[in-house]
Write a protein that binds this ligand. Sequence first.
Ligand SMILES: *Cc1c(COP(=O)(O)O)cnc(C)c1O
Length: 356
Amino acid sequence: MRPARALIDLEALRHNYRLARRLGGGRALAVVKADAYGHGAVRCAAALEQEADGFAVACIEEALVLREAGIRKPILLLEGFFEASELPLLLEHDLWTVVHAPWQVEALERTPLPRPLHVWLKLDSGMHRVGIDAASYADTWRRLQALPHVEVAVKMSHFSRADELDCARTGEQLATFAAATAGLAGETSICNSPALLGWPDARADWARPGLMLYGVSPFAQAHEPASQLRPVMTLESKVIAVRELPAGEPVGYGARFVTQAPTRIGVVAMGYADGYPQFAVNGTPVAIDGRPGRLAGRVSMDMLTVDLTDHPQAGVGSQVELWGNQIAAAEVVAHSQTSSYRLLCAVKRVPLEYRG
Ligand SMILES: *Cc1c(COP(=O)(O)O)cnc(C)c1O
């Protein structure tokens, strides 16, 4: 069997959820969209089902996978519905929906339903992606409130730059939110992971932590309380071949690494088709049998190469951690043209093995 795999620590996931909930001071929907950021949505949701207040996914397709697996807690659709014909299904499967665009409001007005649908109305407080404009938010809220088949429950918005801790935009978005929702009864939800960790003023009734659940900091710099997060995924594989090369020899595609001295190269069964970043640079940290090592040469589809010169004891069968408990995912990100979000979401082909 190919030794590449991703170990998923469900106890760490629960630890991170508890931290998110404690920081938020209210309830928290665990965001498990995109297959729980590559960690497996069904297993992650099941591991959190006892204690989570609910879950959030992008769309009904993702929600139905969870319902079919027996997840009973509330599930919010962050992109809402895509056509009015989905609305009865939302009720049937007891799903909550975000409403973020005027056409969705009109669809709700045109579509009578047998029971009230639970709606979170999203404000565009400055990200300018989705959300109702600040000028029409209160009117829209009242229009939905007037519908007997809609229970408009939560005022919600989303930050564009909360991961930049010295950026004024987050404060501006908060002020826009306060002004646009003033006087409207209902609960509030604003925080994603960077806001929960870095912007205490944004805390509200419902938090929506995603990335932090998986134990990865959204910040480029060291940060407290982000340092309390525990990595959930460990991506690992083994050395499957060793080359002893003299000085001046190229390694791998494009000869991106050329030996400067006699060098031992280890070939690891892990490549960009498994989700390891293709553009990780020479020197990107790895752990070889628990000791610090580094990438040497361009990552290929199924393999990558590491420098074993300072690891004389290592050879075929040596364990290599790409990220996880020893190598922070953020360190790999800092050496690659990617983000921590994409790093995790890209993981595929490798089997996921669950612990805890
Ligand atoms: C994905 C998403 C989140 C979670 O964001 P993280 O930065 O991963 O915590 C929260 N809210 C909305 C609307 C989202 O789309």
